[in-house]
Design a protein around this ligand. Structure first.
Ligand SMILES: C[S@@+](CC[C@H](N)C(=O)[O-])C[C@H]1O[C@@H](n2cnc3c(N)ncnc32)[C@H](O)[C@@H]1O
Length: 195
């Protein structure tokens, strides 16, 4: 019988992947946030804590874990933890990652160094997420994804205006302790506010 070369299955490759491999995978698949990963890595340091609003495929999660951060991801639509990708990422994170089922419009968050706002891309949502009790818990900075593509108009399926006016209003609040540190001018958009 002719020997056919063994072609590794995707699942087998995944089992051997490191966090860095997963990050490369997202970059190769041109995940929407991947062009901005360097912006994350320039700022987030090993051992810092991140609260992530919006988990979905885990692209941002892997980027933060790659930076050496400790991450808590909140989502209303958590993936099945038995799915290989999440099981493997969780194993690689070795206690540095937790997924929490919660509505980011109302959930209190623990003290953290960074907050990523990447859930529903609408004005109302971001207004609700930038509540004083949430903002007070963030020691270093707040990151936002999709600030260009949903800056003016919110995601169509979600209705409502875009997220940029909510960010501008937050910065314009009297005594706001955050300032604009980074704002992408290309791609879908990524913005960082720092204390
Ligand atoms: C754009 S995706 C997140 C992408 C993720 N950061 C990544 O890089 O792969 C948005 C996620 O926000 C979640 N979401 C939307 N509204 C939410 C809410 N009120 N509370 C919690 N999660 C919400 C959705 O279920 C969805 O999984």
């Amino acid at each position: 019988m002719k020997n056919t070369p063994h072609k590794p299955k995707t699942g087998d490759l995944l089992k051997q992947a490191t966090i860095a491999d997963l990050v490369v995978m997202w970059q190769e698949r041109e995940g929407a946030m991947s062009p901005y990963y360097p912006v994350i890595w320039e700022r987030v340091k090993t051992g810092e804590t991140v609260v992530e609003f919006g988990l979905r495929r885990g692209g941002s999660t892997a980027a933060f874990l790659h930076a050496g951060a400790i991450v808590v991801s909140y989502d209303l639509d958590l993936p099945d933890p038995r799915i290989e990708l999440y099981r493997h990422l969780s194993k690689l994170a070795a206690g540095r990652w937790a997924m929490v089922y919660a509505d980011t419009r109302v959930i209190p968050i623990p003290p953290c160094d960074w907050l990523l706002v990447d859930s529903e891309h609408t004005y109302d949502q971001v207004k609700a997420e930038l509540r004083p009790d949430v903002v007070a818990c963030v020691r270093k900075g707040i990151m936002f994804h999709d600030t260009i593509v949903h800056g003016v108009d919110g995601r169509k399926s979600q209705g409502g205006g875009g997220i940029w006016p909510a960010i501008e209003e937050f910065l314009a609040e009297p005594g706001c302790p955050f300032h604009l540190d980074y704002h992408a001018t290309e791609g879908v958009g990524f913005t960082v506010l720092m204390r």
